[in-house]
Design a protein around this ligand. Structure first.
Ligand code: FE
Length: 342
């Protein structure tokens, strides 16, 4: 009888504390996908932990976390590009992610130093060509390293140097070859631009579809997005005209970047934050991610979306640690400036 009394008392206490202090996790995210919200809802359904979201541009969110200081409600920061995660780590805002499960699922080169952040999905920065002009066989041995060759004069479309994806690509070249080689390479690449850099990644793929350029450098998932039809009829038909090529397969492999997250040092819900990140790397969440954003999964039990796996699954990935991208970011920026990359 006594035990039952205690049990009822404990039960009422738990309900009460949960009502007054609901179990929650607060996420600041710069990922602009509506599909992420559905994912957060499944996490709540599974765990009972409420997810509160603040979304915005990466730079603004980082500034916000800094100015909120100790009082920041943020538990997790989610963003794209390892360069952004590195910035947060550099400000010493992250704490170590202690999870054996995450260590098991995420390869070391896709985590931050001291496990202060982890990848949630991968993206490859690849080449696009017009299928009516080239065959895959003709181009399959192409390397990033070859893109400075006079053969490609006025033929390459890529966005501007203020884009972080490009800065990370250049940083990865510096990590592999050093600044001297990379600067010569970048100068050659810039002299091959088909036009002054403009527009986003999809605009480069469209330029290739419209024969305004022979090659475009852009992230893999944008072709998946175009082929999904979510961006309209015009982009769907542009997407059908282009082929996707993984460069440098006989060298270091295709440049890999990530979407990722870290837990903030000031987090008041650390255990919930770990549960959330583990959930994001689960089969269920990874499936949802890749089917909606066309990125590559981190969890090897999950296959990429068919829209993107049709271009190849067993390509070689560059294994340069993504933490290098942030570390070498300012060197990359200066180098791109010297190379005249606008
Ligand atoms: Fe993107």
């Amino acid at each position: 009888m006594k035990t039952i009394k205690y049990f009822i008392l404990f039960f009422c206490f738990s309900v009460f504390t949960n009502l007054v202090f609901p179990s929650e996790v607060n996420i600041y995210t710069s990922r602009h996908y509506d599909s992420d919200v559905e994912l957060y809802e499944s996490f709540t359904n599974l765990t009972g932990i409420e997810v509160n979201i603040i979304s915005g541009k990466s730079k603004a969110l980082i500034e916000r976390i800094r100015s909120e200081g100790k009082n920041s409600p943020a538990d997790i920061f989610i963003t794209v590009d390892a360069g952004n995660l590195w910035k947060v780590q550099d400000y010493r805002l992250f704490t170590k992610i202690k999870s054996k499960l995450i260590d098991q699922i995420v390869p070391k080169n896709l985590r931050g130093e001291n496990n202060e952040w982890t990848a949630l999905a991968k993206r490859a920065r690849v080449l696009f060509f017009n299928k009516s002009k080239y065959t895959y066989e003709e181009l399959k041995n192409l390397n990033y390293e070859d893109l400075n060759s006079p053969q490609w004069k006025n033929k390459i479309a890529i966005r501007s140097s203020n884009n972080l994806y490009n800065q990370s690509l250049v940083a990865s070249m510096i990590a592999k070859y050093g600044e001297n080689y990379t600067e010569t390479w970048a100068k050659g690449l810039v002299s091959n631009f088909s036009r002054k850099p403009q527009g986003n990644d999809r605009a480069q793929i469209i330029a290739v579809a419209n024969n305004e350029a022979d090659l475009a450098i852009a992230n893999s998932y944008y072709l998946g997005l175009m082929l999904s039809g979510k961006k309209g009829e015009k982009q769907l038909s542009a997407g059908k005209k282009v082929g996707l090529l993984f460069p440098s397969q006989n060298k270091s492999g295709a440049h890999i970047n990530i979407s990722g997250a870290g837990i903030l040092k000031t987090s008041k819900n650390y255990d919930n934050a770990i549960k959330f990140l583990e959930f994001m790397l689960s089969e269920e969440a990874q499936k949802h991610l890749v089917e909606n954003t066309y990125e590559y999964p981190i969890n090897t039990k999950v296959q990429p979306s068919k829209l993107i796996s049709q271009f190849g699954l067993d390509f070689k990935e560059d294994s340069t640690a993504v933490s290098q991208f942030g570390k070498l970011n300012s060197a990359a920026l200066r180098l791109m400036d010297r190379a005249g990359w606008q």
